[in-house]
Design a binder for this molecule. Structure first.
Ligand code: AKG
Ligand code: FE2
Length: 190
């Protein structure tokens, strides 16, 4: 697990380099902040369920990360919400691959050009599902903000800045199962 954690952090920094480059910010824009930042590893186990239609493994949420890199066993279950019509789409497991999800931080950084993905996990009656999620973000008190290069008349600043600590304060006071989203509290009403 230790070797995997180190390798996946390195990969996250590389992917984020490509993403910041795609935003015109250059490939090392966030490297130091991510290197010094938070990596949260979550190991999820969803046992077989005789009546999977009656429950969920994880309710709908978005991740408070820049990106989340997910390693899964062969049991399907991850679904993402189609922001167009609100329908749920199954993400089939592809053998020997990692799933990369965009988190709230990247939506803030990119001023909405990249969208944080709302996802959930369903259960199944045949197989136990195991996943390891690695969430990559900045340091506890380091605020993520939209750089001025990504704000102009056509793209006014859409998000307030926030840190991981701000997120922790939010979840300690709100029930995320009730559909409350931290990202929504950051959106600037236009
Ligand atoms: O188990 C999965 O596929 C997703 C897990 C997840 O969404 C999370 O840990 O935030
Ligand atoms: Fe998640």
């Amino acid at each position: 697990m230790g070797d995997y954690a180190v390798a996946v952090q390195k990969l996250a920094i590389e992917i984020m380099g490509a993403i910041t480059e795609s935003l015109g910010l250059g490939p090392i824009y966030l490297t130091t902040k991510l290197d010094d930042g938070m990596q949260v590893m979550v190991v999820n186990c969803y046992p077989k369920c005789p009546k999977p239609e009656l429950t969920l493994g994880i309710p709908p949420h978005s991740d408070y990360s820049c990106i989340t890199i997910l390693l899964q066993n062969s049991a399907n279950g991850l679904e993402i919400c189609d922001s167009g019509d609100g329908s749920w789409k199954l993400i089939p497991v592809v053998r020997s691959s990692l799933q990369v999800n965009i988190g709230d931080y990247l939506e803030v950084l990119s001023n909405g050009r990249y969208k944080s993905v709302v996802h959930r996990v369903t259960l199944n009656s045949e197989k136990t599902r195991i996943s390891i999620a690695s969430l990559h973000s900045l340091g506890m008190d380091v605020k993520m903000e939209t750089p001025k290069e990504l704000v102009d008349e056509e793209h006014p600043k859409g998000y307030k800045e926030s840190s991981f600590n701000d997120f922790l304060v939010f979840i300690s006071k709100n029930n995320l199962d009730a559909g409350k989203s931290f990202l929504n509290t950051l959106k600037i009403q236009k």
